[in-house]
Design a protein around this ligand. Sequence first.
Ligand code: M6R
Length: 611
Amino acid sequence: MCGIIGYSGHRPAVPLLLEGLHRLEYRGYDSSGVAFEQAGGLHVVKAEGKLSALEAKLEGLAHTLATTGMGHTRWATHGLPVERNAHPHLSQDGKIAIVHNGIIENFQELKEELSAKGHTFLSDTDTEVLAHLIGEERKDAPSLCEAFARALRRAHGAYAVVMMAAEEPGVIYAARMAAPLLMGVGVGECFVASDIPAFLPYTREVVFLEDGELARIKGPAWEVFSLTDLSPVKKSVSYVPWDMQAAAKGGYKHFMLKEIMEQPRVITDCLTGRVLEGEDGARVVLHELDHMPVPTRLHIVACGTSYNAGLWGRQLLENVGGIPTDLDIASEFRYRDPQILPGEAVMVISQSGETADTLAALRLAREKGCMVIGLCNVVGSSIAREADVVLYTQAGPEISVASTKAMCSQMVLIALMALYYGQRRSPAVGDAGLLRELCTLPERLSAALPVMQERAAQLAPRFSSARSFFYLGRGQCHALALEGALKLKELSYIHAEGYAAGEMKHGPIALIDPQFPTFALALDDALFAKVKSNIQEVLARQGRVIALVQEKDGRAPDLAVEELWVLPSAHPVISSFFALPALQLFSYRMADYLGKDVDQPRNLAKSVTVE
Ligand code: M6R
């Protein structure tokens, strides 16, 4: 949720921290702050609101000599999003500063204990309590490192913490427990951050910290210790192949639009090396799964958009892959004691690979002795490291808080998995037409996207005054309807409900009136006639309808709706890859037309690392 960056090296730290925070701002953005060394002490500057407020405060302040510092962009968990709750937080004597991502669950009891010893607190946060606890431990501990470890051993919950102290100039400490944190190793300098883009312009050499590890960094020198007994831990340095261009806007007004338009490239990257042409035609190659028996049942677990991708894929995994498939929201799965039988597998889907509920679901499945397949985008993320088998979706960095290209890549990978399992069960099973059209999809989608952009731009002003929307679909389009509604809600703050079209008549249809429009997915598949009837039911109640349809034999279907949005014809599964960006572009245009903050919608964070 919150974004953290720390630096120790030879460059002026503060500009570098601000630059890193800009690239982390998508993680949280209700306040921000930095700490740096100055005149033998620590200097802290914080501001409420966006990073520009912090930058304004730093202007004119003498900070250019500091070559060690840390910064934080916050997504509130404890306490209002106001300046006093912004990080960094200081110990009672002001000599130790920390920034933190996560939740210290026992902070109330620690606070009472410290208050009884005379500590006074300036914020409502759990983080400040931790800063005071480190200060308190320092009174008896033989070293700062030991005090840090002792305090963390007493803290329950999740944390990624970076610490600086006046007594050790040039040094930063970092520790993690159930929240992402990694180090970037540069030339004569080291970074610590919650995500790779924070330091990507400076280094691609990364050390992934594990839960229960603590690092001490001083310029080029870094060491990692076990939090339990401070024994040294050997770590290896990994190389991350991302470049900065991939993480920049590339001329688009928003990251979201750039990421929607990148989907043809994302599909190509996801297919690369995974489809082989042979004498008997094309085959799917997923070496990662070769050594694993075909699961007798697959339990898909995910959150938000990744869940919708799982819902979209369930039917394919069953019908094409021949694998009975269940689906769960991660926050439900983790607490319902799911029954998983020998031979079954859990598949977690996560763009970030850090979503707390999904990670907990993965751990639960492993505790039950179950094989876990991880579908992840972020290389080296917690889920990628802890899954038994990881399949990377290869979508590249997704910066906009609203997930777009990640879902597209998850759908491609699930389609490949379904085809792969179909092949393994019997080479005669599968769907050659689907694989063929998957391979030509990037080119067709590239041609279709500009037309979709225009159509979305036409429709947005016509529907922008609606306060509520239904999104209806059946089969795989039900999953897309949920995704369309999620995108509209999170970006434009218009209430939207995604529904299985056949379920409307069981209650929700009572809401239909001319102020409550419906976005119907009426694609050219086996359920078209059924969806058409559901559209008639809405029209009969004076509902306004946008229908997403496809040409058949060169003609659009005959539907008397207010707006027809015609997509290219395709294989029924491939049609979803046209419908998805149409839904994304509609929400994007609605939000932009209404003047909303598209890339950073209110109240949200890109990576949800708390429960
Ligand atoms: O990183 P993950 O895929 O695990 O994230 C899951 C959800 O938090 C995420 O998809 C969220 O719903 C997005 N804001 C949707 O646009």
